[in-house]
Ligand binder design. Structure first.
Ligand code: UDX
Length: 438
């Protein structure tokens, strides 16, 4: 590896915690800071507040090796650091604009205490031009501000950090960019050095493109249903074209999570502010909204209703609540969006998700308000008029279908993730409705 550096990471959310732990794993000395005293206490005891494969192990190893510690308050971490990573949230308003107040507050706080020639690295996803904003707030001629967007997927964040397709560094100061690149020297990957605006745009463009791929395949799935084609074969047929590639072509209930919805809206907003009407991205978002409604319509159809009145008083067994499998994150979950539409029309929801078995932390409990949480999949589908699979948890492929048929009141399974084997569902005496499947 390159020379070990002393690093501060401000913010211990999933980006900050993964970044801090992985940089320590690479041999650097890392201090992670957060304003949340309880969180820091928990981390100090080795408790990891999020579901993230492999994270607990590398945190424990790095702490034991004396390379990782957790402190309350950013200055306690930043005043000793050669490089400070800002990993604080950038919440989004309804109009798509990002709230930079956390970043600005953190930058203002650490600015005066930074070591001479320290580097501030922005990892949070921020509107194009934010590196300059941070520079102005830090107010130090000797401190460079660098953009280094993350491309981590929740659930595989540690793997993604340690095996990246590329590392992107945007800086006006070449030597600062090279010092940040040096932190990643032991990773076998391409490092792309560019200016801050390009680095910030790369992040939005990557997420926008991936969201577009999924919206495209969801639209193709709708086409498949209309013309009697099978989406799995169509995806195989197009994904083998090396210009298209097979990744991110899984049809589903629409994309969600903490990045795609936020970043696609931001892309439209930023373009608009700079005088460009990003029609294509608007369409990508519209298709995603439609997709959720299409899933609701499948339930309506299963209930025999011509319209949503059929949902009134119906019991729906929902399997999965998180925005995808492998995470406990409920933010902007398509599963919750579909459930909200079902509830609005008067349906009763009984749901099971492996990560939401009560008792839950109050903020997570609040996100599930009005949903009857069950302790198992079979419990959730008991007495259901329709069962709907909303998250692709592998354990649902093992669902006891004979038992499901026995305990359900109705006869249809709507599979928004194309997770189940339609033949096996039919053998159990149930009707199957997937997404774009013949
Ligand atoms: C994403 C990006 O992948 C990552 O690079 C970025 O840093 C943060 O945003 P994440 O939000 O963790 O990561 O989830 P991801 O695995 O990309 O899935 C996003 C959404 O798209 C989920 O709701 C998922 O279910 C959906 N999806 C993904 C599909 O519907 N079909 C697919 O083929 C892939």
């Amino acid at each position: 590896m390159g020379t070990p550096a002393t690093i501060a990471v401000i913010g211990t959310g999933y980006v900050g915690l993964t970044t801090g732990a992985c940089l320590a794993h690479l041999g650097h000395r890392v201090v992670c800071a957060d304003v949340d005293t309880r969180k820091i206490e928990r981390l100090g005891r080795g408790e990891i507040p999020i579901v993230e494969e492999g994270l607990a192990e590398i945190v424990a190893d790095a702490v034991a090796a004396g390379r990782l510690e957790f402190v309350v308050g950013s200055v306690n971490a930043s005043e000793r650091a050669d490089v400070v990573f800002l990993c604080v949230p950038t919440p989004q308003g309804d109009d798509g604009s990002a709230d930079l107040s956390y970043i600005q507050a953190a930058a203002a706080e650490i600015g005066p205490t930074l070591r001479p020639d320290a580097i501030v690295v922005n990892k949070s996803t921020v509107p194009v031009g934010s590196t300059r904003v941070v520079e102005r707030v830090v107010q130090r001629d000797d401190v460079a501000v660098v953009s280094n967007p993350e491309f981590l997927r929740e659930g595989t964040a540690v793997h993604d950090f340690l095996h990246p397709d590329r590392v992107v560094i945007g800086a006006n100061d070449r030597s600062a960019a090279e010092r940040v690149a040096e932190l990643y020297a032991s990773l076998d990957t391409e490092v792309i050095l560019t200016d801050p605006a390009s680095a910030e745009t790369i992040k939005y463009a990557a997420n926008g493109f991936l969201a577009m791929k999924i919206s495209f395949v969801n639209a193709i799935a709708a086409m498949c249903e209309a013309v009697g084609a099978d989406v799995a074969d169509v995806v195989h047929g197009i994904g083998t074209d090396s210009r298209i590639g097979p990744a991110f072509l899984r049809p589903g209930p629409g994309w969600g999570g903490s990045c795609f919805p936020k970043d696609s809206r931001a892309l439209v907003k930023i373009a608009q502010e700079h005088g460009y009407n990003f029609t294509m991205m608007r369409g990508v978002i519209d298709v995603n909204d439609e997709q959720r409604s299409r899933m609701v319509h499948k339930v309506v159809h299963a209930l025999g209703g011509p319209d949503r009145h059929a949902l009134h008083g119906a019991t729906i067994g929902a399997l999965g609540l998180t925005f995808k499998a492998g995470t406990d994150d409920l933010r902007d979950s398509p599963a919750l969006a579909v459930i909200a539409e079902l509830r609005r029309s008067g349906a009763r929801i009984r749901a099971y998700d492996p990560t939401t078995v009560p008792p839950l932390e109050p903020h997570r409990d609040a996100m599930l308000d009005g949903i009857e949480l069950c302790g198992s999949a079979i419990e959730a589908v008991t007495e259901a008029d329709v069962t709907i699979v909303l998250t692709e948890w592998p354990e649902f492929t093992e669902l006891d279908l004979a038992k499901t048929a026995e305990v359900m009141a109705g006869r249809t399974v709507v599979d928004t993730r194309n997770l189940l084997d339609p033949g096996r569902v039919a053998e159990a005496g149930l009707a199957y409705d997937g997404v774009g499947r013949r």
